[in-house]
Ligand binder design. Sequence first.
Ligand SMILES: Nc1ncnc2c1ncn2[C@@H]1O[C@H](COP(=O)(O)OP(=O)(O)OP(=O)(O)O)[C@@H](O)[C@H]1O
Length: 456
Amino acid sequence: MKHLLIVEDDPGLQSQMRWCFSEDIEVSVVADRTSALAILRRLEPQVVTLDLGLPPDPGGATEGFALLEDILKLAPATKVIVVTGREDRENAIKAIGMGASDFYQKPLDADILTFVVNRAFRLAELEKENSELTSGSTYSNIKGIVAASPEMLAICRTIEKVAPTDVTTLITGETGTGKELLARALHDRSPRSEKPFAAINCAAIPENLLESELFGFEKGSFTGATQAKKGKIESANGGTLFLDEIGDMPMALQAKLLRFLQERVVDRVGSVNPIPVDVRVVCATHRNVQELVDQGEFREDLYYRIAEITLDVPALRERNGDALVIARSLLKQLGTDMDRPNLCFAEDAVQAINGYHWPGNVREMINKIKRAIIMADGKRVSADDLQLEQSDEDHANQLNLRQVREKAERGAIVQALQNTGFNMSRASRLLGVTRPTLYNLTDKYRIETSTPVSTS
Ligand SMILES: Nc1ncnc2c1ncn2[C@@H]1O[C@H](COP(=O)(O)OP(=O)(O)OP(=O)(O)O)[C@@H](O)[C@H]1O
């Protein structure tokens, strides 16, 4: 929610200013420094309009400057617009020098004021997004992988450790979770990075062609084989071979692949001369290979060969915090590619992204965001532009989110009460809420508000 704090001691101007803003901006109005700082702590407004001439120095600017300094110390990201008299350019310039983001000169002009305030909100929003995107916590150390969740950051750390080795790695996870991206990261961070990365999708090639695609063939080995051809394995020599959808590899070929993994030689179709090949093998699948083994559809010995290390990539909905940071990064990247830079998500879009089930994971997100970039009016992408159908499961997730929030809120209140010796005024100040709000919350969570009596 956008929150604007108006600091103005003239009651007439106070009410005129209050009515300038549309409903999507929550407005608080105060007339002095103490109340302004209380609101700043409690509601953390992104934008403040500050009349420099405040009591006890309404004719000068000392109190205004002091408050400007306090605000920027307490919440440096706040955009402060100083409001000065017509003849007061000097103070306006001084305020900008101190860190105010803009100034506005009286008399009041509703159009100009709303323009200046909206511009400040936009700036605050962009700065927030930028700092989220560039802060270390939202990026893994691996190029191209955006992650904030502990689950995904742990996977990235494993990738960094495993990459320089030659162990055969199996990456499992739902479609679109980034398995191929991780396989490439294993290659890029290995001593083989200058050599080829050859990928083949075992599910996309008909069974009778897969063998020659993988192992190559000799001239005349079948009708149409007018000249010899290297297979994918050979073409990856020195580098990395990525076998995508390994769970779909036909049984007959599994035996041949196993032989390659054991002997490190390939037998081209129609040839009797094995060719030595040096590749590092990375496999991926969206299927549960252990189950395939149990059902007799996948060779157990091959499973152990390909899964020297297994990485289970969680679905996007299971990664705490990833959906929004990836969405923002995609919006920035795709928006630039599609000639619509500087778009941002409206509040309802953020909620929709966090609450959605993402059955197609990041791949689905890319499509949804591309669509939204085309559909968005103005600078903001709304929930409607994204068109995310909320399923029952999504509603259940939102319920869980509420539970998590309530648990955290309850914990913070109990802690504040304990830290202040159950003093409601001090606890409410510490928590940045009013005393009545704290009473409401302690009622809601049935929290004891008096010191527990010692029974010892
Ligand atoms: N964490 C991430 N950060 C940024 N982009 C990502 C991330 N994860 C996936 N992507 C992007 O999402 C798309 C799908 O990823 P990828 O192809 O690696 O998934 P996959 O699990 O191999 O999917 P499939 O099983 O369907 O082959 C790619 O364009 C990839 O760049």
